[in-house]
Design a protein around this ligand. Sequence first.
Ligand code: FES
Length: 240
Amino acid sequence: MSEIKLTIDDEQIEVEEGITVLDAARKAGIEIPSLCYHPDLTLHGACRVCEVEDLGNDRTIASCVTPVQEGMIISTRSRRARKARRRNVTLLLANHPNDCLGCDRSGSCELQDIAHDLSIRTREIEKYEGEKRDVPEDRTGPALVREPNKCILCGRCVRVCEEMQGVSALQFSRRGFDSIVSTAFDLPQSEVNCSNCGQCATICPVGAIVEKNEIYPVWQALEDEDKHVIVQTAPSIQAT
Ligand code: FES
């Protein structure tokens, strides 16, 4: 495979043809934030949190889905790139519950981390105040809780369920503003072919799918008593 030469943040790098600008940057130790991207899954290009400036073509691009090209000059730190990322994250936050303290994922939420890194303030989010998604949570399954109002539609759960688990218990549903990730025909979690493997909860960057905390104390108590129990194996996929 031939090599491609490009410049990212004034650093000249050489990478193999076919990889994306995001992968090229990370290989060079340059960090670009991302949410819908996951190295083990197919590319999706939905959140646009990974935008960078393509100086040679006077545009911003989603770095996770743009293949490297010979002679590209990329800036991840230009005013235009930072502004684009900031706008996209602010829009995600504007349609997201703002009660982080009450969320199971607070402290391990990728959206929260990125918003913090970009120093996005509440008043910036309030500029986009409007109708928010209002879909009831689903606690009917034995192991998982789905909270669609927290979903950022990154699709990582849909892809891991289909591509790695081969189950396809989750899918995108409805259209436009009403789009959500749901089960087939919006059935309750307890009535679909979910294997309760927990990969969707592990890979969810926010708190839209979490494991039921209630079940852990029971397992822990049994383990503590040194009884022979089958416990859930550790999830095999990393969040990022
Ligand atoms: Fe690139 Fe979401 S991480 S579009």
